[in-house]
Design a protein around this ligand. Structure first.
Ligand code: NDP
Length: 285
């Protein structure tokens, strides 16, 4: 048996084309271009690479992109000031703070100053709380939202299923667990202190992995026929690797997301969807 590979790259292309048309219609109707501002402090290569990727995605769908870059030695107060200026700017609809920040800065304290109405990455505590309590409007972090969308498009049935999420970050693991719970899965969240992780994973009808350890999950951790969602992205000498060992997992799973070409491309398109949502909410106010 070989798992059906879920083509996130293909679905993302299709969704981007649809989104581009929606954004064109929005601009025509309101004379407002949805705009995403990205705040970067310092010149970390991963953050810069992510900023370039976001800029390309914005261009592809007709979202305006604005880069706000502060020098690496900027103080917490300067970062807060820049963020607050973006909060006040009516031409900016979505704001993202790029990670990693220089070690001297406190990310959580900075994010507390982000306007929740512009928090398209879903990282402000108010949006996390709204997601947990299912009180719209809220922004769902793009990576888990994109992963769920990929499963929905593949016709995955969630209700009553055993779901295991490995990883409990605020940006991937925890919100993914919430989204599965809201779809009536029975959810277990596993992490670095989980005892006998392979046995926990083997319980899963839907196994989602967001750890960042390349090829950690092997086929013997997977229940035959399970749906496996791999959020891991680690650059190795052998190229981009997910958290799952693709060959052995694909031999056991019913469906799985490949790396590359699975959850990654869905993240970008979901972020753009969130920017359009923010712009819609702004014009409705
Ligand atoms: P974090 O480092 O914030 O979280 C990793 C989680 O994995 C933690 O909860 C940690 O547990 C857990 N973990 C670490 N080691 C183990 C282990 N040996 N066994 C079980 N659990 C373990 O990472 P992120 O959530 O930000 O990212 C996870 C992965 O997803 C990364 O590869 C990242 O690159 C990728 N990613 C992909 C995106 C995409 O678009 N596809 C977007 C964002 C991230 P503990 O809490 O106990 O420390």
């Amino acid at each position: 048996m070989s798992a059906r590979l879920l083509d996130g790259a293909g679905l993302a292309r299709q969704l981007k084309a649809e989104l581009k048309a929606e954004i064109e219609a929005f601009v025509a109707a309101h004379g407002v271009t949805p705009t995403l501002a990205v705040l970067q402090v310092g010149d970390d290569e991963a953050a810069s690479g992510y900023a370039r990727a976001i800029a390309r995605t914005c261009k592809g769908v007709g979202v305006a992109f604005r880069a706000e870059t502060l020098p690496g030695e900027a103080s917490q107060a300067q970062a807060v000031e820049t963020l607050q200026a973006l909060n006040r700017d009516p031409q900016v609809h979505g704001i993202m703070v790029l990670e990693p920040l220089p070690a001297a800065l406190d990310l959580d304290a900075l994010l507390d100053h982000l306007d929740p109405a512009k928090d398209v990455d879903g990282v402000h505590p108010l949006n996390a709380g709204r997601l947990a309590t299912q009180r719209p409007p809220f922004f769902v972090p793009a990576t888990p939202a994109g992963g769920i969308r990929l499963l929905e498009e593949a016709g995955v049935d969630f209700q009553g299923k055993e779901a295991v999420v490995v990883g409990r970050s605020n940006i991937v693991g925890k919100p993914m667990a919430m989204l599965l719970l809201h779809r009536h899965c029975t959810v277990t969240v596993a992490h670095s202190r989980t005892v006998d992780l392979p046995a926990v994973c083997r319980r899963a009808d839907i196994l989602c992995v967001a750890v960042g350890r390349p090829e950690m999950v092997t086929g013997d951790w997977v229940k035959p026929g399970a749906v496996v969602v791999d959020f891991g992205t680690t650059y190795t000498d052998a190229g981009l690797k997910g958290d799952c060992h693709q060959e052995s997992v694909a031999a056991v799973a019913g469906m799985m997301t490949p790396v590359p070409g699975g959850t990654g491309p869905m993240t970008n398109v979901q972020l753009m969807t969130n920017v359009l949502q923010a712009a819609r909410q702004a014009v409705a106010r």
